[in-house]
Design a protein around this ligand. Structure first.
Ligand SMILES: NC(=O)c1ccc[n+]([C@@H]2O[C@H](COP(=O)([O-])OP(=O)(O)OC[C@H]3O[C@@H](n4cnc5c(N)ncnc54)[C@H](OP(=O)(O)O)[C@@H]3O)[C@@H](O)[C@H]2O)c1
Length: 250
């Protein structure tokens, strides 16, 4: 098969490309680093040329923002550009990765993911949407993002994290199948607390500083703590635990 990966140079996209190539698929990458900016007016046209002859497009694009309007604008415009490109190039399957609980917890980033899901539902291309929980690698992302000078803050959150490699493998499985709409959530094998995950990640990577736990304010902070971001019953459960992932870093 030929599979295009939008966001194929990112954290998950790199793993996806590796997994798909390992299974013998031809992979095409779409990102600004490969010359395609999907937020630009000509994004759909340049993407269409890149995905010509592909069987499926997997969207793992992302933006770092804490602004609702910026998040919605990014996910709506990039999704619409991809769908227009797929239509133009005759690609028959659009696969989007979303996040467990996006519609249960109000935050700027999730507002964009909800808009992305809606655009896919309403779009012209047969689709599959997978919602996954936080990746094990989320501990590393939060360790970096929530740094204030030399202090690294650890937000309180209940999560059931999954290895990014397993999300990548599941997405390639989905690309090998016909479009199937919304599929069961994907989560890791155990519930964890994010404070503990961040502290274990910091220790495993040689950081010895103070990492205070913090409760994020507002309704999203409450959603993080009250379990609304945990997977629903019937979720597909991955194999690698957070503890096993941490050992693999050492
Ligand atoms: N992290 C988690 O715990 C988690 C959990 C569940 C689901 N997800 C979802 O997983 C997906 C991937 O997340 P990630 O952490 O792997 O993201 P990431 O590392 O930030 O990668 C984002 C990708 O998007 C590309 N990109 C950004 N702006 C672009 C633009 N204007 N045009 C074209 N490409 C653009 C980037 O490449 P360039 O910079 O080269 O453009 C990069 O390849 C996201 O949809 C996220 O919502 C994440």
């Amino acid at each position: 098969m030929r599979i295009a990966i939008a966001g194929g140079t990112g954290l998950l996209g790199g793993r996806l490309a590796h997994e798909a190539e390992g299974r013998g698929h031809e992979v095409r990458l779409l990102s600004r680093a490969t010359g395609i900016d999907l937020t630009r007016p000509d994004g759909a046209v340049s993407a269409a040329a890149q995905i010509e002859g592909c069987d499926a497009v997997i969207d793992v694009l992302s933006i770092g923002t804490q602004n609702d309007a910026a998040s919605i604008a990014f996910f709506e415009s990039t999704t619409r550009a991809l769908l227009a490109a797929e239509r133009r190039a005759g690609v028959g399957h659009h696969i989007a990765l979303s996040i467990v609980g996006v519609d249960r917890a109000p935050t700027a980033y999730y507002a964009g993911k909800v808009a992305q899901e809606r655009a896919v539902h309403e779009g012209p291309v047969p689709w599959t949407i997978l919602r996954a929980t936080q990746f094990h690698e989320f501990a590393a992302q939060m360790f970096t993002v929530a740094a204030r000078g030399r202090i690294h803050l650890a937000p309180r959150m209940r999560t059931q994290p999954i290895a990014a490699d397993e999300v990548a493998s599941h997405l390639v499985d989905l690309a090998e199948m016909p479009a199937c709409g919304r599929v069961p959530d994907l989560a890791g094998p155990h519930e964890e607390n994010l404070v503990d995950m961040i502290r274990r990640y910091a220790r495993a990577t040689g950081h010895r500083g103070w990492i205070p736990a913090v409760s994020l304010p507002g309704s999203f902070g409450r959603a993080m703590r009250d379990g609304r971001l945990l997977p629903s019953a019937g979720a597909t459960i991955g194999r690698q635990s957070f503890a096993e992932w941490i050992v693999s870093l050492e």
